[in-house]
Design a protein around this ligand. Sequence first.
Ligand code: HH2
Length: 284
Amino acid sequence: MPGGGAVGAAPAAGFGEQGDTSSMNPRLMGVVNVTPDSFSDGGLFIDPEQAIAHGRELVEQGAEILDVGGESTRPGAEEVGAEEERRRVEPVIAGLAGKATVSVDTSKAAVAEAALAAGASIVNDVTALRGDPGMAALCAEREAGLILMHMQGDPRTMQVEPRYGDVVDDVRAFLAERVESAVAAGVAEERIWVDPGIGFGKTLEHNLELLRRLGELRELGRPLVVGTSRKSFIARIDDSPVEERLGGTIASSILAAVEGADVLRVHDVAETSQAFRVASAILG
Ligand code: HH2
């Protein structure tokens, strides 16, 4: 692990500047949910000042990227209108821009446009450009970074009997097609990162198989983002309530990084950062 591999030690960097992707040296993306109903922290940071303070704390703890979201994507979540979503994220992004690289977790072009104007530089689209026909052109024109995530179905229905042939092959083919489509729409390939979408239309076995064989997604040639933080697949293993899934989050994050994840999207930045520093020191 080069340079000791301390998460958060490198200066914040934007897309297209991804460093060594051949060893365990992931960046931490801290989650800032400005929502009343997110599955693990809904309602905690709905006030912009609280959300900004939380984001700053995550940066101090080692987050290089802050992912600001104004709509929950948990299974069964209600959709939020673009105006309300924009109202939630815009002041928070403005308050955090300059402190870290900021991504906006949205699938709506109008929200992404306001977020980019407020200082975000990355669009994290869990629909991988399938949610809004204006999103690809916006990302291309604004030269934004773009995270394309795999999801089967949509948040309202995705956990109803998800099915795959081979889950890793299917997710890889989906992401390859989505990267191609984004590039065809004018998004520079070096600005695109991909994400298997842990928990999005997947059973426990699907999630475990994806994490076990994450390395196969490296064939896509794009940096890999992985988010296991506090997700319910952990509870399917040990029946833990959402506030007691830190151990599972850290174990899965470290193993994902060993398999080649470049960015880990987590809520608990301090604890994950410490775990990576220790793992890094041991691996040498
Ligand atoms: N997971 C969540 C939301 N956005 N984006 C990417 N790229 N990858 C993920 O795994 C991912 C994501 C769900 O987590 P959270 O934001 O905490 O919950 P909610 O959607 O309920 O706000």
